[in-house]
Design a protein around this ligand. Structure first.
Ligand SMILES: NC(=O)c1ccc[n+]([C@@H]2O[C@H](COP(=O)([O-])OP(=O)(O)OC[C@H]3O[C@@H](n4cnc5c(N)ncnc54)[C@H](O)[C@@H]3O)[C@@H](O)[C@H]2O)c1
Ligand SMILES: O=C(O)[C@H]1O[C@H](OP(=O)(O)OP(=O)(O)OC[C@H]2O[C@@H](n3ccc(=O)[nH]c3=O)[C@H](O)[C@@H]2O)[C@H](O)[C@@H](O)[C@H]1O
Length: 328
């Protein structure tokens, strides 16, 4: 297959691009290298991909002319759409960046896809955050997703509705993947496991959020290699319109995440435990993955302990023990 990967210099996009290339698919990436987090990490991922023969075009998915040019040059059979404004809490600081990338950018991309010949099958990243205030556990794809707790979640939910219309009207094949707090090497510095590691190594305190009534928050942390397998599996089995959970099925509390990091880093964290501010967080996530298992054999195999060990190994080789003094 020939795949356009949007957000290819991002965390998940770089891993998926590499995996596609390694198994022999044609891959072209696009990324706008924005400064939501340290762009030098995005550039380093781009260089890593270049070493494997994957080129990442610098550009925005809102640039319809650029996208059309790419489709003129390459007859993409698939689009793996991972470009987005990610992060739950940042939506309170910069709401318009979510509308720009997750709604306007998505529509621009779908407009190009619907008119392309051949029409590519689209697989894109939604988010576990669409379950919002729903407290049913575990979350199944058919559960309520109409009570988002953040603007980020609302834009992902909007994406699910927008993609449905492009399937309905233009017959685009579209698969939405609800990722659950993905972590691993080459990860995102804004996420808790990453910023905790940086602060613990620098001897700085970390802030651990806790739910109401002193209940620990928990996430169905999912290792990047498992998510990549899910992305490739869904690319290989496209159908008219589908949505899948790609989680790990075993939530872990945030304090337990910190303990695992302390063990791997051999440093004790200085913890400030505070009640979760009302900034878009949800108390827990937990995926039912039986649909993805049935449709394309999705089966996560990496637990948090093992996955964080691999992350810490990468982190120390990339930044060294004194990371943070110059970067971020
Ligand atoms: N990592 C997670 O835990 C997680 C969980 C659920 C969903 N997701 C979704 O998965 C996808 C990938 O996430 P990630 O963790 O790799 O994030 P990321 O921020 O590392 O990757 C996204 C990339 O898209 C690029 N980008 C953003 N807006 C763009 C635009 N308008 N045009 C071109 N490029 C643009 C960014 O520069 C970035 O490199 C996103 O859609 C995200 O919302 C991630
Ligand atoms: O699955 C998703 O759909 C989402 O996954 C990810 O969001 P989250 O699950 O919120 O990940 P992350 O920030 O690592 O916080 C993890 C935990 O640490 C807690 N947390 C966080 C920061 C902090 O300083 N302290 C803290 O306790 C925090 O309260 C939480 O309980 C992606 O970022 C997002 O793009 C989205 O797609």
């Amino acid at each position: 297959m020939s795949v356009l990967v949007t957000g290819a210099a991002g965390f998940v996009g770089s891993h998926v691009s590499l995996a596609l290339k390694k198994r022999g698919d044609g891959v072209v990436g696009i990324d706008n290298f924005n400064s939501y987090y340290d762009p030098s990490l995005k550039k380093a991922r781009k260089s890593m991909l270049a070493e494997h023969g994957v080129f990442v075009v610098a550009g925005d998915i809102n640039d319809g002319k650029l996208l059309a040019k790419l489709f003129d040059v390459v007859a993409f059979t698939h689009v793996m759409h991972l470009a987005a404004q990610a992060g739950v809490r940042y939506a309170m600081e910069n709401p318009h960046s979510y509308v720009h990338s997750n709604i306007a950018g998505l529509v621009t991309l779908l407009e190009i896809c619907k008119s392309a010949n051949p029409q590519p099958a689209v697989v894109w990243a939604s988010s576990s955050s669409v379950y919002g205030l729903n407290e049913k556990s575990p979350f199944s794809e058919s559960d309520r997703t109409d009570q988002p707790a953040s603007l980020y979640a609302a834009t992902k939910k909007a994406g699910e509705e927008i993609t449905h219309t492009y399937n309905h009207i233009y017959g685009l094949s579209i698969t939405g993947l609800r990722f659950f707090t993905v972590y691993g090497p080459w990860g995102r510095p804004d996420m808790a496991y990453f910023s905790f590691t940086r602060n613990i190594l620098q001897g700085k305190p970390i802030t651990v959020y806790r739910g109401k009534n002193r209940v620990d928050l928990a996430r169905d942390f999912t290792y990047i290699d498992d998510v990549v397998k899910g992305c490739l599996g869904s690319l290989d089995t496209s159908a008219p319109y589908r949505i899948f959970n790609l989680g790990n099925t075993s939530p872990v509390t945030v304090p337990a995440l910190v303990s695992i990091l302390e063990r791997h880093l051999k440093v004790k964290a200085k913890k400030n435990v505070v009640e979760m501010p009302g900034n878009g967080d949800v108390p827990f996530t937990h995926a039912n993955i039986s649909m993805a298992r049935r449709e394309f054999g999705y089966k996560p195999t990496t637990d948090l302990q093992t996955g964080l060990k691999k992350f810490v190994k990468w982190y120390l080789s990339y930044y060294g023990y004194n990371h943070g003094k110059a970067v971020n």
